[in-house]
Design a protein around this ligand. Structure first.
Ligand SMILES: [Zn+2]
Length: 140
């Protein structure tokens, strides 16, 4: 039993010594770390107040960061996440249109995704034209 106590005492002593040795290094290292953490914490806060509001055309995938009209349809752009009817009326909340249909929600992200998908679909048409350039005789 005495042996066990001695071992525990030895381990405790070793732990205290190593902790004391580590303390100056830890405090030295902690100071610059906390100084760096302070500006890092404020950076996301300054980045936050730039919420971009998007507007989209109810009839096509046109989206804009400004209020205005669709260049194709000349219809007033509807704010992202707002609700709209085919007759052009808009609302901040979901509801029913004059014709009894549910109001549709403007989803600019979905519009951007489908606009991108269309661009991707259009790309393969241009690649065959670029392919013959690779096989030009300069590569002898
Ligand atoms: Zn449009």
């Amino acid at each position: 039993m005495k042996n066990l106590i001695l071992v525990i005492a030895a381990v405790c002593f070793a732990a205290i010594v190593s902790a004391q040795n580590a303390t100056p290094a830890a405090t030295n290292g902690a100071k610059p770390a906390s100084a760096q953490a302070a500006p890092a914490a404020t950076t996301p806060a300054t980045a936050k107040p730039t919420p971009v509001s998007w507007y989209g055309c109810p009839k096509c995938d046109f989206t804009s960061q400004k209020e205005g009209k669709c260049p194709t349809h000349a219809t007033a752009l509807v704010k992202d996440r707002a609700y709209f009817c085919e007759d052009g009326s808009t609302s901040e909340k979901a509801g029913k249109c004059k014709d009894g249909k549910d109001m549709a929600m403007m989803d600019c992200k979905a519009k951007m995704m489908s606009a991108r998908a269309k661009m991707k679909d259009a790309k393969p048409a241009s690649t065959p034209a670029a392919a013959p350039a690779k096989a030009d005789p300069a590569k002898k």
